[in-house]
Design a binder for this molecule. Structure first.
Ligand SMILES: *Cc1c(COP(=O)(O)O)cnc(C)c1O
Length: 321
């Protein structure tokens, strides 16, 4: 029987597709109220309520009946999950941590354990990056990468991406057609030089939004930046009880917004078989109804941000009236 893998429900379905497609089963823990990333306390509680263990000491999930082997924290919106406690909990329960760093190219986390800032994608056993065109580092088509410090794992992943071969027509295993095409690699290599500058622009824009929204502190919640985080603002997400009304009014004023994500994964039809009920993951469920992604990209101008802010202030006063 396959593994059980713990992740969060407020992410893109690619996170859980990667779990299911290797024969494992996803299950969810709820998120932190402030960061919207995996809540270490909830992860700990979830693992501590397991009462049986596999022969090699891993907790058996009460939900799936399978051994839990892996935790997949998602560095959502460009801010890392709180990795020290997650890694510590993983060690206690003999679990592997795989980072979903698909929104966090260049983001950093201050590890008290290591006494240094660490990049997203350098803390787990392996990490996934997406180079989908809209990401902080995007190709002009489909692309992605896996990072790991484990040499044997790196070799295996290199083989898997090329039909399980290391030398032509010698297949050690079945793999995939997962090669990065050379043209995308060339584009990414050129754009990589600008990533740090573009991320800095995003952070400056986030700071500007924060200042512009000070008067709205009763209506919207701006992103929380813990002292241990250097986020890269893949998305700039605010929270409001009146999200849908605000979104409609902003659209009428020509300000395009997004929702990341409107339906938590445990409510998706694709995961009905997992048997989750309304109220099982209350923070994720509430946040899905309240998040609103405002315009955010490296070349966003201060003037454009002032326009967004004035429209948002107008919308808030209409909604509150
Ligand atoms: C973009 C993204 C992925 C991967 O998307 P692909 O379409 O496979 O490149 C995975 N997880 C998260 C959180 C993402 O935002």
């Amino acid at each position: 029987m396959g593994d059980s893998v713990i992740t969060v429900p407020n992410t893109f379905i690619a996170t859980t597709e990667a779990i299911s497609q290797v024969g494992a089963m996803p299950e969810f823990v709820d998120i932190d109220e402030q960061t919207y990333n995996m809540a270490p306390t909830k992860l700990r509680e979830y693992l501590e309520q397991c009462e049986t263990f596999s022969p090699n000491g891993r907790p058996i999930s009460r939900r799936t009946g399978r051994p839990i082997t892996t935790i997949v924290p998602v560095h959502l919106y460009g801010q890392t999950a709180e990795m020290d406690p997650i890694l510590e909990i993983a060690e206690t329960h003999k679990l592997i941590v795989v980072e979903d760093a698909c929104q966090a190219h260049g983001a950093e986390y201050f590890s008290e354990r290591e006494r240094r800032w660490m990049k997203a994608g350098s803390m787990g056993k392996a990490s996934a990056f997406s180079f989908y065109p809209g990401k902080n580092l995007g190709a002009c088509g489909e692309a992605g990468a896996v990072t790991t410090n484990d040499e044997a794992l790196a070799l295996k992943i290199k083989m898997l991406r090329d039909h399980g071969q290391a030398t032509k027509y010698h297949h050690c295993m079945e793999g995939y057609n997962g090669r990065l095409d050379a043209i995308q690699a060339g584009i990414l290599r050129t754009k990589l030089k600008y990533l740090a500058d573009w991320n800095e622009n995003r952070c400056d824009a986030a700071e500007r939004y924060r200042e512009l929204f000070i008067s709205l502190s009763d209506t919207i919640i701006v992103p929380h930046e813990p002292p241990w985080a250097h986020p890269v603002y893949h998305l700039y997400v605010v929270c409001s009880k009146n999200r849908d009304q605000l979104r409609k009014q902003l659209a009428e004023a020509g300000v395009e917004t997004g929702i990341h994500y409107p339906i938590p994964l445990h409510f998706q039809d694709a995961y009905r078989h997992l048997g989750y009920q309304c109220g099982d993951l209350p923070v994720s469920e509430r946040v899905a109804a309240e998040v609103l992604s405002l315009p955010m990209f490296p070349h966003l101008k201060a003037e454009q941000q002032r326009h967004v802010a004035s429209q948002l202030i107008k919308s808030c006063s209409l909604v509150m009236a």
